[in-house]
Design a binder for this molecule. Structure first.
Ligand SMILES: Cc1cc2nc3c(=O)[nH]c(=O)nc-3n(C[C@H](O)[C@H](O)[C@H](O)COP(=O)(O)O)c2cc1C
Length: 208
Protein backbone atom coordinates (compact mmCIF):
# COMPACT_ATOMS: atom_id res chain seq x y z
CA UNK A 1 0.00 0.00 0.00
CA UNK A 2 2.77 2.37 0.90
CA UNK A 3 4.54 1.60 -2.35
CA UNK A 4 1.36 2.29 -4.28
CA UNK A 5 0.90 5.59 -2.48
CA UNK A 6 4.45 6.55 -3.41
CA UNK A 7 3.80 5.78 -7.05
CA UNK A 8 0.62 7.79 -7.03
CA UNK A 9 2.41 10.69 -5.39
CA UNK A 10 5.10 10.63 -8.03
CA UNK A 11 2.61 10.47 -10.86
CA UNK A 12 0.62 13.34 -9.37
CA UNK A 13 3.72 15.46 -9.00
CA UNK A 14 5.10 14.64 -12.43
CA UNK A 15 2.30 13.74 -14.82
CA UNK A 16 3.85 12.54 -18.05
CA UNK A 17 2.46 12.62 -21.56
CA UNK A 18 3.02 9.61 -23.77
CA UNK A 19 5.33 9.91 -26.74
CA UNK A 20 2.58 10.72 -29.22
CA UNK A 21 1.55 14.01 -27.61
CA UNK A 22 2.44 17.00 -29.75
CA UNK A 23 3.22 20.45 -28.33
CA UNK A 24 2.53 23.01 -31.08
CA UNK A 25 5.37 25.31 -32.08
CA UNK A 26 4.44 27.34 -35.13
CA UNK A 27 4.32 30.71 -36.81
CA UNK A 28 1.82 32.29 -39.16
CA UNK A 29 0.82 35.60 -40.62
CA UNK A 30 1.87 38.77 -42.24
CA UNK A 31 5.36 39.89 -41.32
CA UNK A 32 4.26 43.53 -41.82
CA UNK A 33 1.51 43.21 -39.21
CA UNK A 34 1.70 43.42 -35.45
CA UNK A 35 3.47 40.48 -33.86
CA UNK A 36 1.72 38.44 -31.22
CA UNK A 37 3.13 35.62 -29.13
CA UNK A 38 0.79 32.97 -27.79
CA UNK A 39 2.89 31.23 -25.15
CA UNK A 40 1.53 28.27 -23.25
CA UNK A 41 2.21 25.66 -20.61
CA UNK A 42 0.58 22.30 -21.11
CA UNK A 43 1.10 18.77 -19.88
CA UNK A 44 -0.87 16.85 -22.49
CA UNK A 45 -0.84 19.21 -25.46
CA UNK A 46 -4.46 20.32 -25.54
CA UNK A 47 -3.84 23.81 -24.17
CA UNK A 48 -1.18 24.15 -26.86
CA UNK A 49 -3.81 23.27 -29.47
CA UNK A 50 -5.95 26.12 -28.13
CA UNK A 51 -2.94 28.47 -28.23
CA UNK A 52 -2.28 27.56 -31.85
CA UNK A 53 -5.92 28.09 -32.79
CA UNK A 54 -5.78 31.55 -31.19
CA UNK A 55 -2.64 32.36 -33.16
CA UNK A 56 -4.52 31.37 -36.31
CA UNK A 57 -7.24 33.90 -35.47
CA UNK A 58 -4.67 36.67 -35.03
CA UNK A 59 -3.18 35.82 -38.39
CA UNK A 60 -6.60 35.89 -40.02
CA UNK A 61 -6.97 39.40 -38.56
CA UNK A 62 -3.79 40.51 -40.37
CA UNK A 63 -1.21 40.07 -37.62
CA UNK A 64 1.60 37.59 -37.34
CA UNK A 65 1.62 35.17 -34.46
CA UNK A 66 3.98 32.65 -32.93
CA UNK A 67 2.80 29.73 -30.83
CA UNK A 68 5.39 28.42 -28.37
CA UNK A 69 5.66 26.61 -25.08
CA UNK A 70 6.74 29.14 -22.47
CA UNK A 71 9.85 27.04 -21.87
CA UNK A 72 10.88 27.61 -25.51
CA UNK A 73 10.45 31.39 -25.60
CA UNK A 74 13.85 33.01 -25.98
CA UNK A 75 13.08 36.68 -26.31
CA UNK A 76 10.02 38.90 -26.03
CA UNK A 77 11.61 41.96 -27.59
CA UNK A 78 9.98 41.53 -31.01
CA UNK A 79 6.41 41.11 -29.82
CA UNK A 80 3.72 43.79 -29.70
CA UNK A 81 1.45 41.70 -27.48
CA UNK A 82 1.61 38.41 -25.59
CA UNK A 83 -1.06 35.88 -24.65
CA UNK A 84 -0.11 33.43 -21.94
CA UNK A 85 -2.19 30.33 -21.38
CA UNK A 86 -1.85 27.26 -19.20
CA UNK A 87 -3.76 24.37 -17.75
CA UNK A 88 -4.82 24.40 -14.11
CA UNK A 89 -2.98 21.83 -12.00
CA UNK A 90 -4.11 21.26 -8.44
CA UNK A 91 -6.02 24.56 -8.29
CA UNK A 92 -3.14 26.60 -9.71
CA UNK A 93 -2.08 27.86 -13.10
CA UNK A 94 0.81 25.61 -14.12
CA UNK A 95 4.02 26.75 -12.43
CA UNK A 96 5.77 27.19 -15.77
CA UNK A 97 3.29 29.91 -16.75
CA UNK A 98 3.54 31.66 -13.38
CA UNK A 99 7.33 31.69 -13.59
CA UNK A 100 7.18 32.96 -17.15
CA UNK A 101 5.09 35.94 -16.05
CA UNK A 102 7.20 36.79 -13.01
CA UNK A 103 10.42 36.25 -14.94
CA UNK A 104 9.36 38.67 -17.71
CA UNK A 105 7.56 41.30 -15.68
CA UNK A 106 9.54 44.20 -17.11
CA UNK A 107 8.53 43.51 -20.70
CA UNK A 108 5.04 42.25 -19.93
CA UNK A 109 4.22 45.36 -17.93
CA UNK A 110 4.86 47.52 -21.00
CA UNK A 111 2.83 45.73 -23.69
CA UNK A 112 -0.73 44.37 -24.01
CA UNK A 113 -0.98 41.01 -22.26
CA UNK A 114 -3.85 38.59 -21.82
CA UNK A 115 -4.00 35.33 -19.91
CA UNK A 116 -6.12 32.25 -20.29
CA UNK A 117 -6.51 28.99 -18.47
CA UNK A 118 -7.95 25.58 -19.20
CA UNK A 119 -9.36 23.34 -16.53
CA UNK A 120 -11.52 20.33 -15.86
CA UNK A 121 -13.83 22.28 -13.57
CA UNK A 122 -15.55 24.15 -16.40
CA UNK A 123 -16.63 20.89 -18.02
CA UNK A 124 -19.53 21.52 -15.67
CA UNK A 125 -21.43 24.81 -15.91
CA UNK A 126 -22.84 24.75 -12.37
CA UNK A 127 -22.61 27.78 -10.08
CA UNK A 128 -20.08 25.87 -8.00
CA UNK A 129 -17.85 25.31 -11.03
CA UNK A 130 -18.11 28.95 -12.08
CA UNK A 131 -17.21 30.03 -8.53
CA UNK A 132 -14.18 27.73 -8.62
CA UNK A 133 -13.10 29.21 -11.95
CA UNK A 134 -13.48 32.69 -10.39
CA UNK A 135 -10.98 31.56 -7.74
CA UNK A 136 -8.60 30.36 -10.46
CA UNK A 137 -8.91 33.68 -12.31
CA UNK A 138 -8.28 35.66 -9.12
CA UNK A 139 -5.16 33.65 -8.34
CA UNK A 140 -3.87 34.09 -11.87
CA UNK A 141 -4.55 37.82 -11.83
CA UNK A 142 -2.35 38.14 -8.77
CA UNK A 143 0.63 36.21 -10.15
CA UNK A 144 2.31 39.55 -10.76
CA UNK A 145 1.22 42.90 -9.41
CA UNK A 146 3.21 44.58 -12.19
CA UNK A 147 1.47 42.85 -15.08
CA UNK A 148 -2.20 43.65 -15.62
CA UNK A 149 -3.86 41.36 -18.15
CA UNK A 150 -6.44 42.87 -20.47
CA UNK A 151 -8.54 39.78 -19.94
CA UNK A 152 -8.36 36.32 -18.40
CA UNK A 153 -10.02 33.75 -20.64
CA UNK A 154 -11.34 30.64 -18.94
CA UNK A 155 -12.02 27.49 -20.88
CA UNK A 156 -13.02 23.93 -20.25
CA UNK A 157 -10.19 21.62 -21.20
CA UNK A 158 -9.58 17.98 -21.97
CA UNK A 159 -9.16 14.85 -19.91
CA UNK A 160 -7.78 12.18 -22.22
CA UNK A 161 -6.12 9.18 -20.64
CA UNK A 162 -4.77 8.09 -24.03
CA UNK A 163 -2.39 11.07 -23.94
CA UNK A 164 -0.82 9.87 -20.68
CA UNK A 165 1.79 7.24 -20.19
CA UNK A 166 0.62 4.19 -18.27
CA UNK A 167 2.15 5.17 -14.96
CA UNK A 168 0.53 8.61 -15.08
CA UNK A 169 -2.80 7.13 -16.10
CA UNK A 170 -2.75 4.80 -13.13
CA UNK A 171 -1.57 7.57 -10.83
CA UNK A 172 -4.06 10.22 -11.87
CA UNK A 173 -7.15 8.04 -12.24
CA UNK A 174 -7.94 8.08 -8.46
CA UNK A 175 -7.48 11.87 -8.34
CA UNK A 176 -9.86 12.49 -11.22
CA UNK A 177 -12.33 9.97 -9.85
CA UNK A 178 -12.36 11.69 -6.46
CA UNK A 179 -12.93 15.13 -7.97
CA UNK A 180 -15.59 13.69 -10.29
CA UNK A 181 -13.82 14.50 -13.57
CA UNK A 182 -14.91 12.39 -16.51
CA UNK A 183 -12.82 11.72 -19.57
CA UNK A 184 -13.71 13.95 -22.52
CA UNK A 185 -12.84 16.89 -24.73
CA UNK A 186 -14.82 19.79 -23.27
CA UNK A 187 -13.24 22.56 -25.30
CA UNK A 188 -15.81 25.06 -26.56
CA UNK A 189 -14.20 26.30 -29.75
CA UNK A 190 -16.88 28.92 -30.34
CA UNK A 191 -16.13 30.42 -26.92
CA UNK A 192 -12.39 30.26 -27.56
CA UNK A 193 -12.73 31.95 -30.94
CA UNK A 194 -15.09 34.53 -29.53
CA UNK A 195 -12.68 35.44 -26.74
CA UNK A 196 -9.82 35.64 -29.18
CA UNK A 197 -11.65 37.70 -31.79
CA UNK A 198 -13.70 40.00 -29.62
CA UNK A 199 -12.01 40.27 -26.28
CA UNK A 200 -8.45 40.40 -27.41
CA UNK A 201 -8.06 41.30 -31.05
CA UNK A 202 -8.64 43.92 -32.41
CA UNK A 203 -8.70 46.19 -30.37
CA UNK A 204 -6.56 46.40 -28.28
CA UNK A 205 -3.78 45.10 -30.44
CA UNK A 206 -4.52 47.55 -33.18
CA UNK A 207 -4.16 50.48 -30.81
CA UNK A 208 -0.88 51.69 -29.42
C1 LIG B 1 -2.08 16.72 -12.71
C2 LIG B 1 -3.33 17.43 -13.07
C3 LIG B 1 -3.98 18.22 -12.14
C4 LIG B 1 -5.16 18.89 -12.48
N1 LIG B 1 -5.77 19.67 -11.55
C5 LIG B 1 -6.92 20.32 -11.89
C6 LIG B 1 -7.57 21.15 -10.92
O1 LIG B 1 -7.14 21.31 -9.79
N2 LIG B 1 -8.71 21.78 -11.31
C7 LIG B 1 -9.23 21.65 -12.56
O2 LIG B 1 -10.27 22.23 -12.85
N3 LIG B 1 -8.62 20.87 -13.50
C8 LIG B 1 -7.48 20.22 -13.18
N4 LIG B 1 -6.84 19.45 -14.12
C9 LIG B 1 -7.41 19.35 -15.47
C10 LIG B 1 -6.61 20.13 -16.50
O3 LIG B 1 -6.54 21.49 -16.17
C11 LIG B 1 -7.25 19.95 -17.87
O4 LIG B 1 -7.36 18.58 -18.12
C12 LIG B 1 -6.48 20.64 -18.99
O5 LIG B 1 -7.32 20.73 -20.12
C13 LIG B 1 -5.21 19.90 -19.37
O6 LIG B 1 -4.52 20.63 -20.34
P1 LIG B 1 -3.28 20.04 -21.18
O7 LIG B 1 -3.82 18.95 -22.07
O8 LIG B 1 -2.78 21.20 -21.94
O9 LIG B 1 -2.27 19.52 -20.19
C14 LIG B 1 -5.68 18.77 -13.79
C15 LIG B 1 -5.00 17.98 -14.73
C16 LIG B 1 -3.84 17.32 -14.38
C17 LIG B 1 -3.15 16.48 -15.41
Amino acid sequence: MLATTGTVGTALAFPQANGSVVFPDSACGNSQGQRVLVAYASQFGTTGEIAEAMAGRFCLAGMSADTKRVRDVQDLADYDAVIIGAAIHYDNWMAEARHFVTGNEDTLSRIPVAYFFTCGTLADSSDKAIAKSDEYADKIASVSDRVTPLSIGRFAGVLDYSRMNLRTRIGLWPFFTVIGANEGDYRDWAAINDWTDNTIAPPPFTTT
